[in-house]
Ligand binder design. Structure first.
Ligand SMILES: Nc1ncnc2c1ncn2[C@@H]1O[C@H](COP(=O)(O)OP(=O)(O)OP(=O)(O)O)[C@@H](O)[C@H]1O
Length: 227
């Protein structure tokens, strides 16, 4: 679904290359965890996959088409959905309004469908009363679930999340990971997350470790492929 070829990035000519010649494929139906030390370049790597920035060299293809050809803003709008650690929800809107607003920006068949949004929120444990509260009145875990529901509501096949459990307690972390796994396994989406939490990474289908500008792929228990 998403493929990188010789992907290389450096912030500027004066800086060292953060990573180089990364060749990877991401497929639907799986959750990928990008792991590595602080400063290894995880967020930068994710932002390239999300079409927020362009590679210094190499390319990224989505369903066989270069992101440059698709156009980064088209790609972001139609094919991806991002879940940020800081949720990126509008405080002055309710949970339902946040998702309806996000849907308005897409070509989803669910645009304007309040009942659909309420049903989706209910599915992930946000009842109608909570769904109609202003976002600022919800807990961190509830807000993160709303952010995930927003990604679920949009039809994007690719869901990218930067530290989606970064500031959640153990129970909420488990629930959010379960939701992300369901998105991949039940809805055949491709989910790519950055995480520094080992127990979260271990529950994902594939772990990708970014280290010294190269990647190690760990698929399944104890299987390490060096590329
Ligand atoms: N806009 C920028 N300009 C120059 N250098 C940057 C910029 N953003 C990040 N960097 C540097 O690039 C390196 C990788 O940053 P990045 O945020 O991708 O790492 P990370 O692995 O996600 O780290 P963390 O786990 O701490 O969030 C760091 O050394 C960082 O200082």
């Amino acid at each position: 679904m998403l493929k990188t070829t010789n992907l290389t990035y450096q912030y500027s000519k004066q800086e060292r290359k953060l990573f180089s010649d990364i060749n990877l494929e991401f497929n639907s139906g799986k959750v990928y965890a990008i792991i590595g030390r602080s400063g290894a370049g995880k967020t930068t790597f994710l932002s390239l996959l999300a079409g927020l920035d362009s590679p210094t060299a190499g390319k990224i293809e989505y369903q066989g088409k270069d992101l440059k050809k698709i156009g980064l803003s088209n790609y972001r709008r139609n094919d991806t959905s991002m879940v940020f650690q800081a949720y990126n929800l509008f405080d002055y809107m309710t949970a339902v309004e946040n998702i309806l607003t996000a849907l308005d920006l897409t070509s989803s068949s669910h645009r304007g469908n309040r009942a659909f949004v309420l049903e989706l929120l209910k599915k992930i444990g946000i009842d109608e009363q909570l769904a109609n509260k202003k976002i600022g009145l919800l807990s961190g875990g509830q807000q993160q679930r709303v952010a995930i529901a927003r990604a679920m509501a949009c039809d994007a096949k690719l869901i990218l999340a930067d530290e989606p459990t970064g500031n959640l307690d153990e129970q909420n972390t488990q629930e959010v990971v379960k939701l992300l796994l369901e998105l991949a396994h039940k809805e055949q989406r491709c989910v790519i997350i950055v995480t520094h939490e080992n127990d979260v990474a271990e529950r994902c289908d594939v772990q990708i470790e970014l280290r010294k500008g190269k990647l190690n792929v760990i698929e399944g228990p104890n299987m390490v492929l060096k590329i």
